[in-house]
Ligand binder design. Structure first.
Ligand code: FAD
Length: 617
C-alpha cells in the first residue's frame, strides 16, 4: 500500500493546481492519474482563461456576467471568489512561465468571449490548455511531487456509517494499468478528486475518451450528493463528423455563423440582436438547431462558421490550431472555405457537491475542477470560465486537504445544507422507483454495505476496498458475458437522442428506460481480454458502469426540473420559473437508489445581491 498525506486523483488543470497547493502547505502529496498528466483533457482547451486584468475592467463585472450566464443558478459567494481570485491565479501562471499571447506593448492579450461584457479572456494562441498543463506540470516536477501515472482509480476507501456525513475517506484503490495489479493508496489527510468531465455519456462530444465521469460516480456511490447534473453544456461549434471543438475564440476574433441560405441567422432571425455570434453558448446552440429543424441547415445537419474575412495573418497569429483541426478532421481549409459546425456535448456544469474549500460531506474527501460543482456556472457556463475554476478552486481544495484553515466556507456542503425535500416541486417521477436495483449494487462492488461495520483502522478500510476491487476484476474476467462497448454505445446514443439541447418529457422518460436497460445488461458484462498488461478492456468496462450512474443522475434531474433555464430547455415548459426553481438539484445514492432533494441558490454575495433578470444578449 502506498501512503501519502494527500492523494490527488487526476492530473489535469485542477489536480495539478491542487497538488501544488497541498505541497505548499508542507504535505507529502501524490498525483494518481489514469493518463500521464500532460495528456489530460485540459490540454485540449483552446480559447482562454477569463480574468479581469485590465484598466476599465473589474472583477465585479466578471461576476455579474457569470451570474447572468448561469441564468441565476450559480451561488453568488462562489462566483465572487472565482472572479476576484482569477486575476491573481493568472498572474501566478504568468510568473510560472506560461507563454500567454501578448500585445505589441508586452501586455498579456485578452479577447472577447461569449456572454462577457469586456474582452477579458487571456489566451496562449488557440492552445491555452496545453500551455497551462505544461506550465503547472513543470511546477510539479520542480517540487518533486510524486506522480503515479497510468493508475486507474476504481473506488474510494470510505467507511460504512449509515449517514454519509459520518463517513470518512481514507484513500482509494487503483488498477495499475501497466501490470494489472490492484493497489491501495492511503491518504493521511485527504483525497482530492479532480477527474474531469463525463462527455463520454454522449456520442457526439468534444471530450476525450478518458472523460468518463469516474469521480462523480465514485463520490456518488460513497454517499456524496451530485449537484445540478441536468445542466450539460452543448457547444455550438463542433465539427460534425468527430465532435472536435472549434474554439469560441474564432467567434471572439470575429468569426461569423451562416445558415445554408447564406444568412447571418443570429441577427436575421433575432436569436441575439445585440451579441449575435457571441451570445452565450446555450443561446447559440439552440439557434443553430432551430435553423436545421426549420430547413435552413446544411445537409439537414449543420451550419457554417466563417473566418475567411479575418485574413491569413490574423488567423495564423491567433487561431492557427483551428486551421489544423478543420483540415485534419473535416478536410476543410478554413482560410478558403467556411467550416461546418453543429452543437456537441462539451462540459458538465453539474458535479460532486462541494463547498468553496472543495470539501464534500464525507470527511477527508474533496473535489475540484469539472468533476465538482461548487456552483459557479449554474445552468450555463460562460466560455473561458472553466480554466479559472480549475486554478482557483483546485488551489482551495489542495490547501484544505493538506490541513490549512482558510476560514469559514461561504458555500455550505452536504445534507446539512439541504432544505427539506419538497413534495410540491412537481417532479414527474418517483426517484426511488427509477434507481439502480439492489442486485446491481451487490453484483458490482457494493459489498461495503453488505459487510456492515466500520473497520478499526484507516489502513484496514483501504485494504478491504483493495480486496473488493480485486474480486470485482476477477469476477469480470472469469465469466462470459456482454461486452461493455455495446452497452456504452446504447447509452451514448440514448443520451444524445433524448437528453440533448432540446428535451421533451417523453424523450427523457425513454432515455431513463434505456439507461435502466443498460444497468440491467451491465449485470452480465464481462471482460474478454485475460491479460494483465495494458488491459484497456478492464478499464473501459469499469468506466462504463460510471457512465451509467452519471447518465441516470443527469436524466433524473432533467425530468424533474420542469422549467427552461440556461442549457436546460424543456419543450413543455418554456419559461424560467424563479418562484419554484431557484434551487439546486441534489441526487444522492441512498439505500440502493437515487434520491432527489433540493437546496436554495445563494444570490446574496459579499459584494452585492443579484436580482434574477430576463436573460437576453
Ligand atoms: C475541447 C475543449 C476545449 C475547451 N476550451 C476551454 C477554454 O478555452 N477555456 C475554458 O475555460 N474551458 C475550456 N474547456 C473546459 C475545460 O478545459 C475543462 O473543463 C477542464 O480542462 C477540465 O479540467 P480538469 O482538471 O477538471 O479535468 P481534466 O483535465 O480532464 O483531467 C482529468 C484528470 O483525471 C484523471 N482521471 C480521470 N478518471 C480517473 C480515474 N478513474 N483514475 C485516475 N485518474 C483519473 C485523468 O487522467 C486526468 O489526469 C474546454 C473543454 C474542451 C473539451
Amino acid at each position: 500500500m502506498y501512503e501519502h498525506d494527500v492523494i490527488v486523483v487526476g492530473a489535469g488543470g485542477a489536480g495539478l493546481r491542487a497538488a501544488i497547493a497541498a505541497h505548499e502547505e508542507g504535505a507529502d502529496v501524490a498525483l494518481v492519474s489514469k493518463l500521464h498528466p500532460v495528456r489530460s483533457h485540459t490540454g485540449a482547451a483552446e480559447g482562454g482563461i477569463n480574468a479581469a486584468l485590465r484598466d476599465g475592467d473589474d472583477w465585479t463585472d466578471h461576476a455579474y456576467d457569470t451570474m447572468k450566464g448561469s441564468d441565476y443558478l450559480g451561488d453568488a459567494p462562489a462566483i465572487e471568489t472565482l472572479c476576484e481570485t482569477s486575476p491573481e491565479e493568472v498572474i501566478q501562471l504568468e510568473h510560472w512561465g506560461m507563454p500567454f499571447s501578448r500585445e505589441d506593448d508586452g501586455r498579456v492579450s485578452q479577447r472577447p468571449f461569449g456572454g462577457l461584457s469586456f474582452p477579458r479572456t487571456t489566451y496562449a494562441g488557440a492552445e491555452t490548455g496545453h500551455h497551462l498543463l505544461h506550465t503547472m506540470y513543470e511546477q510539479v516536477v520542480k517540487r518533486g511531487i510524486k506522480v503515479y501515472d497510468e493508475f486507474y482509480v476504481m473506488d474510494l476507501a470510505v467507511t460504512d456509517e449509515a449517514d454519509p456525513e459520518n463517513r470518512e475517506c481514507h484513500g482509494c484503490v487503483a488498477y495499475d494499468i501497466k501490470n494489472g495489479e490492484i493497489v491501495g493508496f492511503r491518504a493521511n489527510n485527504g483525497v482530492v478528486l479532480a477527474t474531469g468531465g463525463d462527455g463520454q455519456a454522449f456520442d457526439h462530444t468534444t471530450n476525450a475518451v478518458a472523460n468518463t465521469g469516474d469521480g462523480p460516480a465514485m463520490a456518488y456511490r460513497a454517499g456524496v450528493p451530485v449537484e445540478d447534473m441536468e445542466f450539460v453544456q452543448f457547444h455550438p461549434t463542433t465539427l460534425p463528423s468527430t465532435g472536435v471543438l472549434i474554439s469560441e475564440g474564432v467567434r471572439g476574433e470575429g468569426g461569423i455563423l451562416y445558415n445554408a441560405e447564406g444568412e447571418r441567422f443570429m441577427f436575421e432571425y433575432g436569436y441575439a440582436n445585440n451579441a449575435g455570434e457571441l451570445a452565450s453558448r446555450d443561446v447559440v446552440s439552440r439557434a443553430e438547431l432551430t435553423e436545421v429543424n426549420e430547413g435552413r441547415g446544411v445537409e439537414d445537419e449543420y451550419v457554417y462558421l466563417d473566418m475567411r474575412h479575418l485574413g491569413e495573418e490574423r488567423v495564423l497569429d491567433r487561431l492557427e490550431n483551428i486551421l489544423h483541426l478543420a483540415e485534419d478532421f473535416e478536410g476543410v481549409d478554413g482560410l478558403v472555405e467556411p467550416m461546418p459546425v453543429k452543437p456537441g456535448q462539451h462540459y458538465h456544469m453539474g458535479g460532486i457537491e462541494v463547498n468553496e474549500h472543495g470539501e464534500t460531506c464525507v470527511s477527508g474527501l474533496y473535489a475540484a475542477g469539472e468533476c465538482a460543482c461548487v456552483s459557479v456556472h449554474g445552468s450555463n457556463r460562460l466560455g473561458g470560465n472553466a480554466l479559472p475554476e480549475l486554478i482557483v478552486f483546485g488551489a482551495q481544495a489542495g490547501y484544505h486537504a493538506a490541513g490549512r484553515d482558510l476560514g469559514e466556507a461561504l458555500v455550505e456542503t452536504g445534507p446539512s445544507a439541504a432544505i427539506e425535500h419538497e413534495d410540491d416541486l412537481g417532479a414527474p417521477v418517483e426517484p426511488g422507483a427509477l434507481g439502480p436495483t439492489d442486485d446491481d449494487v451487490a453484483a458490482d462492488g457494493g459489498e461495503r454495505a453488505a459487510d456492515g461495520g466500520q473497520l478499526a483502522t484507516p489502513a484496514e478500510t483501504v485494504e478491504r476496498t483493495v480486496e473488493q476491487q480485486r474480486q470485482r476484476v476477477e469476477r469480470l474476467k472469469g465469466r462470459d458475458g456482454r461486452n461493455h462497448a455495446e452497452i456504452r454505445d446504447k447509452l451514448q446514443k440514448a443520451m444524445t437522442r433524448w437528453v440533448n439541447v432540446f428535451r421533451e418529457e417523453e424523450g427523457l422518460k425513454k432515455a431513463l428506460e434505456i439507461i435502466r436497460e443498460c444497468r440491467e445488461e451491465y449485470q452480465h458484462v464481462a471482460v474478454s481480454d485475460p491479460s494483465d498488461t495494458y488491459n484497456t478492456d478492464v478499464i473501459h468496462t469499469i468506466e462504463t458502469r460510471n457512465l451509467i450512474d452519471v447518465a441516470e443522475t443527469i436524466t433524473l434531474g432533467a425530468l424533474a426540473r420542469d422549467e427552461f433555464r440556461g442549457a436546460h430547455w424543456r419543450a413543455e415548459h418554456q419559461e424560467r420559473k424563479d418562484d419554484e426553481w431557484l434551487k439546486h438539484t441534489m441526487v444522492q445514492w441512498s439505500d440502493g437508489s437515487p434520491e432527489l432533494y433540493y437546496t436554495d441558490v445563494i444570490l446574496e454575495g459579499a459584494e452585492k445581491a443579484y436580482e434574477p433578470k430576463v436573460r437576453s444578449y
